[in-house]
Design a protein around this ligand. Structure first.
Ligand SMILES: [Zn+2]
Length: 403
C-alpha cells in the first residue's frame, strides 16, 4: 500500500504525462496481440508489410529486391496535371500504391483541403471520389487522398479534410495526412489524434518540417507517434526507421523512403533540388541503423577497407560499404538498403506478440547505439561517433508504455 502522502507526490509529478486508464488498458491489450488489427476492406492487404516509398526515378532500383508477402511499393505521384502511370507499368506483382503527393504542391485550407484537378466546365470537375476511383481503375491496390500539406497549428484544415474523408465511407482508401510535425507536439497532439480517430479511415502519415529531421522537433514526438499508432489505424509513409518503430507499437503497415527527399515532407512550394557537391549516394549502415553519405563512410574508414562496415545482405554479399562512392553507385545503394531493412523488419515482425516486437526493436536500437562506439574504436577515431537523436530515444524509451 502506498501512503497517502506519497500518493499525492506521485500524482503531481506524473499527472501531466499519465495516460487515462482506458488508454492504459488498450495498450495492455494491444501488447498481447500477435499483430495490429488489419483495416477492413482492400486496405487490409497492406497489413504487416514494410513497403518501399520511391520517387519515379528510384523505382527501377528498388523493385527487383522487393520480395514476398512482407513488402510492396508506394510510388510518389506525378506532378499535378501530368498523366498518372498505371500499376501495370511497373514490373512487380506485390501491392502497388500511388501517393498523389499533393502536399508537395498545395497547402490544405479549410475550404480546399484536397488538390483536385480543375479545368472542366462548371459542375464537371472531378470530385474526391472520382479521383480515388481513377487510382483504383489504374490498377493500384488502394486509393490515396490528394490531401494538401497541413501547416503549423492548422487543425481547421485537418478537420475539414477528415470530415470529407469520413463522409466518403470507403474501405479502399488511405487518408494521406502530411502534417507539420508541431501538430504532434504538446499543444495540438490530443486534438490531432481525436480528428484522425474520428475520420474513420486508415491514415497514411507523412511528417513535415521546414528543415531538419521532424523526429527531433521535440522529445514528445516519438512517444506521441507511438500513442497515435496504438489508437488510430496508422501507416507512416515517406519515412525512415520511424516506420519500424511505429510498426513495433501498433502501426498496421509502413513505407520507407529510398532517398533523403522521400523520408519526410517539406511545406509547399517545394524548392528545386539544390546543386550538391557531394554526389555520393545516401547509404544505409545497418549496424548503425542510420543513413550516411557514401563519402562519409569512405572518409571514416580511411585507406583500410578492412575496417569498413560490411553487409551480409543478398545485394552486398559481405562486401564493404565503402564501395558506394559515386552517383552511379546509387541504384545499388538503394537495393542494398531495401534488402537490409526488409531483413530487419522480417525479424521484428516474426515475434509472437506486439510487446515482443517492441522489445526486439528496442534491442536492435540499443545494439546500434553501442555499435557507434565499436566502429569508432575500429577506425581508431578518438572522438565518439555522434548517435542520431531518434535512435537514442528508441533505444532509451521503455519498450512498451504501461502508464
Ligand atoms: Zn547490403
Amino acid at each position: 500500500m502506498t501512503e497517502p502522502g506519497n500518493k499525492v507526490t506521485t500524482r503531481t509529478t506524473t499527472a501531466r504525462d499519465a495516460l487515462p486508464t482506458e488508454l492504459v488498458q488498450q495498450l495492455q491489450w494491444l501488447g498481447r496481440q500477435p499483430r495490429p488489427a488489419a483495416p477492413p476492406g482492400a486496405v487490409g492487404v497492406l497489413c504487416d508489410r514494410v513497403l518501399a516509398y520511391a520517387g519515379p526515378q528510384h523505382v527501377a532500383s528498388v523493385l527487383p529486391v522487393l520480395r514476398g508477402t512482407g513488402s510492396g511499393l508506394v510510388v510518389a505521384g506525378p506532378r499535378p496535371g501530368k498523366p498518372m502511370p498505371r500499376a501495370a507499368d511497373f514490373d512487380y506483382d506485390g501491392p502497388i500504391v500511388l501517393d498523389p503527393d499533393a502536399y508537395g504542391y498545395h497547402r490544405a485550407t479549410r475550404d480546399q483541403p484536397f488538390l483536385l484537378p480543375r479545368g472542366g466546365f462548371a459542375g464537371t470537375n472531378p470530385t474526391l471520389d472520382d479521383v480515388l476511383d481513377a487510382q483504383l481503375r489504374a490498377g493500384y491496390a488502394v486509393a490515396c487522398t490528394p490531401t494538401g500539406y497541413i501547416g503549423a497549428g492548422d487543425t481547421a484544415a485537418l478537420l475539414a479534410a477528415a470530415q470529407q474523408v469520413k463522409a466518403l465511407n470507403r474501405t479502399d482508401t488511405l487518408f494521406v495526412v502530411a502534417l507539420e510535425v508541431s501538430l504532434l507536439d504538446r499543444t495540438f497532439f490530443d486534438q490531432t489524434r481525436a480528428i484522425l480517430q474520428d475520420a474513420g479511415h486508415p491514415v497514411a502519415l507523412v511528417l513535415g518540417i521546414k528543415q531538419g529531421d521532424p523526429l527531433t522537433h521535440s522529445k514528445r514526438i516519438i512517444p506521441n507517434l507511438r500513442l497515435l499508432a496504438a489508437t488510430v489505424p496508422l501507416m507512416p509513409i515517406r519515412t525512415d526507421f520511424n516506420a519500424l518503430d511505429l510498426m513495433a507499437h501498433g502501426a498496421f503497415a509502413a513505407a520507407i523512403g529510398t532517398g533523403g527527399s522521400v523520408r519526410h515532407a517539406v511545406p509547399p512550394p517545394r524548392k528545386p533540388m539544390a546543386f550538391v557537391r557531394d554526389a555520393s549516394p545516401s547509404v544505409l549502415v545497418p549496424e548503425l541503423m542510420c543513413w550516411w553519405k557514401g563519402s562519409k563512410i569512405a572518409m571514416l574508414c580511411g585507406a583500410a577497407p578492412s575496417r569498413s562496415p560490411r553487409c551480409s545482405c543478398n545485394v552486398c554479399q559481405n562486401q564493404p560499404l565503402t564501395r558506394f562512392k559515386y552517383k552511379e553507385d546509387q541504384p545499388e545503394a538503394i537495393a542494398h538498403a531495401a534488402t537490409a531493412w526488409q531483413n530487419i523488419a522480417a525479424g521484428m515482425l516474426s515475434q509472437a506478440t506486439m510487446r515482443e516486437r517492441a522489445e526486439y526493436w528496442r534491442n536492435i536500437c540499443k545494439g546500434a547505439v553501442n555499435e557507434h562506439q565499436m566502429l569508432a574504436n575500429r577506425v581508431r577515431q578518438v572522438d565518439p561517433l555522434p548517435v542520431q537523436k531518434p535512435l537514442e530515444q528508441w533505444a532509451e524509451l521503455p519498450a512498451w508504455r504501461t502508464a
